[in-house]
Design a protein around this ligand. Sequence first.
Ligand code: SF4
Ligand code: ZN
Length: 311
Amino acid sequence: MRCRVCRQPAVVEVRRHNAGFCPGCFVAHCRNQVERAIKEHRMIAPGERVLVAVSGGKDSLALWDLLLQLGYDVDGLYIGLGIKGYSEPSLDYARRFADERDIRLVEVDLPRDFGYDVRSGAVADHRAPCSACGLSKRHIFDRAALEGGYDVVATGHNLDDEAAVLLGNVLRWDLAYMARQRPVLPGGEGFPRKVKPLVRLAERETAAYCVLRGIDYQVEECPMSVGNRHLGYKDALNAIEERSPGTKAAFYSGFLERGAELVADVGEQSREGLHACTNCGAPTTAQGQCAFCRLVERAAGEHRRRLPVSG
Ligand code: SF4
Ligand code: ZN
């Protein structure tokens, strides 16, 4: 197979575009896709400061690299989840990426800064680990962005992630989640804007991008993801994609073009009735403390109980 652009031998095949690319043209293709997503959805305006949520995995490091290449003013934020054997190497990959480029990585560590880890949070709040993790990450991204004076938080959700979440939402007809599932969530009082510039790139494309750009990343999946519903939806979509390349992208882009506006007003209602958390001031639908502050209180107690007794 030859590169679609320059006719040199291709090293990456993108079946949904029915195209192959040589290394240089593939990297340029990824950059174009991200640039297009940013423009199409008005994600980042010139001069805005961007904070990228960095996990040490391929998507977030590819995103950071792509935004730097496109000339954005962008720092990284790593949140240590306290997952033994996984969080430490993930942080190393993120640090190495930042050190090699002499760029800023903001580090937050759940056990050190808030006194709990994802597992304790899940037990204390009777949630699944991913639910405690998601709640913690959302709150910490918002707070770090506002305190650091960033205009936008960018996350590495790719086409496979978004299509899988959409499939889950459709299977449950969860209209409120569907309404929020856009590549841009506007900012508001206490919320930075949130953007997903990788929505036009599939997971294997971000992996190929990292390999071609010489970016080392955490290859292991988070151990908490085992049995996650989301992974089942990805497998189902991959099986369909294998038989009909392009279905995943058509499913997701069709939602953005025709489905999203049908559920848009459900999303409007869900931001109504927000108060300031009595502890941290973050916007919340709860009276009193926000869900994150309540999680911290309960989880820190649980975390202390689980620590080995020394001495
Ligand atoms: Fe967090 Fe779950 Fe993702 Fe692990 S798999 S990083 S616990 S959301
Ligand atoms: Zn709070």
